[in-house]
Design a protein around this ligand. Structure first.
Ligand SMILES: NC(=O)c1ccc[n+]([C@@H]2O[C@H](COP(=O)([O-])OP(=O)(O)OC[C@H]3O[C@@H](n4cnc5c(N)ncnc54)[C@H](O)[C@@H]3O)[C@@H](O)[C@H]2O)c1
Length: 276
């Protein structure tokens, strides 16, 4: 018996890093998961890992910023697994510059992936959720608690130099979280955010200045924190180290379990005790 038996979850950006661990964790607790990633191979790999562990998943590959993607993502959950209980908006990347060097393209791309895409996914989910709530009420059944977890960052809670675009997107998603927690209380949906500090993934580990880049739809984008800076950052964390993707997934899981059914509109900082 898993804590999330019978639940259906969609997790964006779950081909790598934190999203992959969230998908594995939710599936390991019994949820059926729709895996998504921009890139096909990592999505397939997560799917295979879930199935190898005895879980159930399907993939819905594509960019969360694509037109029509949000509807397709939500519909995959309904078509394949018959409903939608947990939404994790996790997909994203960084594209840093000081403000005087930041282009409109850079600004728009990061706001699109971190703020507009979660907005579109939640908008697409509304008809599915409201219809399910109506069906339960009409049948005289209890309305189950559904869960939304939006992924933010300490760059969103506190701001970060060189990340005007990312900090704005990650702060914006906190506003979206709070607004939806009020709008969707009537559907018995809790809407919360997890703001990560330093988590060791390709976004932070790829050494900047030494060719550490990621490919985002054919565009090479420099990511990663300079190793010396990374070591200094780890020293500032009370727990003395960056977090693992599995630890990050654990914080998201807390908002997905029944024990958090009366917690909504909150931001949980997962940063090893570091606070800004
Ligand atoms: N790693 C950290 O220290 C840290 C800190 C704070 C917040 N975050 C946030 O956590 C989330 C996950 O980041 P991560 O560190 O695991 O990064 P990651 O690069 O390891 O994984 C992110 C995944 O999202 C996918 N993705 C990116 N853009 C996408 C798009 N448009 N559509 C679909 N998939 C897309 C990538 O292909 C990748 O597989 C992001 O929202 C990130 O901003 C990370």
């Amino acid at each position: 018996m898993g804590t999330l038996d019978g639940k259906v979850a969609i997790v964006s950006g779950s081909g790598r890093g934190i999203g992959r661990e969230i998908a594995l964790k939710l599936a390991g607790e019994g949820a059926r998961v729709v895996v998504n990633d921009l890139d096909d191979d990592p999505a397939k790999e997560t799917l295979a890992a879930i199935e190898a562990a005895g879980g159930q998943a399907v993939s819905c590959v594509g960019s969360v910023t694509g037109d029509g993607f949000a509807e397709r993502f939500v519909q995959t959950a309904v078509d394949e697994f018959g409903g939608l209980d947990i939404i994790v908006n996790n997909a994203g990347y960084t594209w840093d510059s000081v403000i005087q060097k930041m282009t409109d393209e850079q600004w728009d791309a990061i706001l699109d992936v971190h703020l507009k895409a979660p907005f579109r996914i939640l908008r697409a989910a509304q008809p599915v959720i409201s219809a399910a709530v109506k069906r339960a009420k009409d049948a005289g059944e209890p309305v189950p608690c559904r869960k939304v977890v939006n992924i933010s960052s300490m760059a969103g809670t506190g701001g970060n130099a060189g990340q005007a675009n990312y900090s704005s997107g990650k702060a914006g998603v906190l506003g979206l979280t709070k607004a939806l927690s009020k709008e969707w209380g009537r559907y018995n949906v809790t809407v919360n955010a997890v703001a990560f500090g330093l988590i060791k993934t390709r976004l932070t580990e790829a050494p900047a200045g030494t060719g550490g880049t990621i490919d985002v739809q054919g565009k090479e984008i420099k990511v990663g924190v300079n190793p010396n800076l990374l070591a200094a950052m780890e020293q500032m964390v009370p727990l003395g180290r960056g977090g693992t993707p599995a630890e990050a997934a654990g914080a998201v899981y807390l908002f997905c379990i029944p024990e958090s059914d009366y917690v909504s509109g909150q931001t949980l900082v997962c940063g090893g005790g570091f606070n800004i």
